[in-house]
Design a protein around this ligand. Structure first.
Ligand SMILES: [Zn+2]
Length: 55
């Protein structure tokens, strides 16, 4: 059995639920719900919102 990757890549807390962060957040792994919602808020609230361009 694979060992569970239970730590948040952003805050290091043990995750109950894992969320896949957006590439532009530069988070090297999965994040907990708290960090995810926090980063999501920051992302959308950021003053000059850049348009997301897909390559
Ligand atoms: Zn976290």
């Amino acid at each position: 059995m694979a060992k569970p990757e239970g730590k948040c890549a952003a805050c290091g807390a043990v995750m109950t639920f894992r969320y896949k962060p957006m590439p532009e957040w530069n988070v090297p792994g999965l994040v907990c719900g708290q960090c995810y919602s926090q980063k999501l808020t920051e992302h959308y609230i950021s003053p000059d919102r850049r348009e997301i361009t897909k390559r």
